[in-house]
Design a protein around this ligand. Structure first.
Ligand code: HEM
Length: 397
């Protein structure tokens, strides 16, 4: 196979520029058109944006490694190694096996009863009010309550949890604000004290801290156990917050899709997947090369940072017909990559799916349509595409 020269991006084509973060999809289309992998000298980083190139980077985990760090900053610079995302096999396999069984069908069925009750209460309160900010009424509290049930770590309060989770995704992106680092230290301090001591006798968090999960996590002298539980605790909050807001936003923009769902609620699981594809919560995770690697005809040199742009892959017209159209009935030949793929596929995907589907089940019976009730504002996170405010009217008659 011939190797083509990589396309060098001008500075304006930085995915982390505010205008590209605010309206990323036209930018992603330009990036995909430039080839499977592009290089931005200003950041000394590579970007992959087509479905096939993102997929290949995630699946080819021996050449595109996570062990040097899967965030924008390398482990060597930040000093943080998160046990799931920042390890390669065999370490990653050991750590993942220590908890994987707790995210299977049985535990999810048990979790569903509690999640249904929590969501019913929050959704009824929102419906009674009529017009709410979806972010504070649903998108922040649902993951806060759910992650407490998954881990056993009591909620530190929805606002505090939302701020910590937002900060956690800020610091794994470029140019983090020192205030965010401060929040991370505060959250770890709280977790190591009130969080852990507040856990009930039988829960995942206690099992991980006291026994190393299903006998996989290294014993207490290091930080592996604490960071493993912290990873689960924090990874499921800002991401699911984004999914819930993106979902209500999509159905507000496309009321005919909501009509279709109301007429046939069996489409709920497909609707959740279509939201994940059409407006994916996670913007980017990173891999590093140890040697020169050829990616669809482009040679990526050894020791490169390779940023996988998940939402760009999910709008690739070569993978999805009518990729820019939000259509909950469209047969999608390929699976979206919103939860990643291969060995690092999101551990909490069944939890996030449960939360989103349960909310739709509740709303589909009562809400006729959603209407924008003020200015929707996106958050400023460079890693998660969330909302800062999403004022919405829930029309019930
Ligand atoms: C809509 C919600 C969510 C989205 C979009 C999402 C997205 C992702 C993505 C893209 C990855 C792959 C990272 C990589 O390849 O480097 C990932 C990994 C992970 N996610 Fe999620 N996530 C969500 C919810 C959750 C929840 C609810 C939890 C916990 C209960 C969770 C825990 C994790 C963990 C522990 C990993 C690391 C897995 C590994 O490296 O083996 N996530 N997630």
């Amino acid at each position: 196979m011939t190797t083509t020269a990589p396309h060098r991006l001008p500075a304006g084509m930085d995915p982390f520029r505010p205008e590209n973060l605010a309206d990323p999809y036209p930018y992603y289309a330009q990036l995909r058109a430039l080839g499977p992998a592009t290089y931005l000298p200003e950041r000394d980083a590579w970007f992959v944006a087509t479905y096939d190139s993102v997929s290949q980077v995630l699946r080819n985990y021996r050449e595109f490694v996570s062990g040097l760090g899967s965030s924008y900053h390398r482990v060597a610079e930040s000093g943080f190694r998160f046990p799931f995302i920042d390890n390669d096999p065999p370490e990653h396999t050991r750590i993942r096996r220590s908890v994987q069984g707790h995210f299977g069908k049985g535990p999810m069925a048990e979790l569903a009863t509690a999640v249904r009750a929590d969501i019913a209460q929050l959704a009824e309160a929102a419906l009674a009010t009529g017009t709410v900010d979806v972010v504070t009424a649903l998108a922040q509290p649902i993951p806060d309550l759910t992650i407490a049930r998954v881990t056993g770590i009591p909620s530190p309060g929805t606002q505090r949890m939302a701020a910590w989770a937002d900060a956690a995704f800020h610091v794994v992106g470029p140019e983090p604000d020192p205030a965010h680092l401060q929040l991370i230290m505060e959250s770890l301090g709280w977790l190591g004290n009130e969080g852990l001591t507040g856990m009930p006798a039988h829960c995942l968090g206690r099992m991980m801290m006291e026994q190393g999960g299903d006998n996989g996590l290294l014993a207490a002298e290091g930080t592996e156990r604490l960071f493993a539980i912290a990873s689960i605790w924090v990874a499921g909050v800002d991401t699911t917050n984004s999914l819930i807001s993106n979902m209500i936003h999509a159905f507000t923009l496309f009321p005919e899709q909501w009509e279709i769902l109301r007429a046939d609620p069996s489409l709920i699981p497909a609707a959740v997947e279509e939201v994940l594809r059409w407006d994916s919560p996670v913007r980017v995770f990173v891999r590093r090369t140890l040697e020169d690697v050829e990616l669809q005809g482009v040679t990526i040199p050894a020791d490169s940072d390779v940023c996988a742009l998940f939402p760009a892959a999910n709008r690739d017209p070569d993978a999805f017909d009518d990729a820019d159209t939000f259509d909950i009935t469209a047969p999608r030949a390929k699976m979206h990559l919103a939860f990643g793929a291969s060995i690092h596929l999101c551990l909490g995907a069944p939890v996030a799916r449960l939360e989103a589907a349960t909310l739709l089940e509740h709303l589909v019976e009562r809400v006729v349509r959603f209407e924008a009730a003020g200015e929707a504002r996106r958050g400023i996170s460079r890693t998660v595409r969330n909302f800062a405010a999403l004022p919405t009217r829930f029309v019930t008659t």
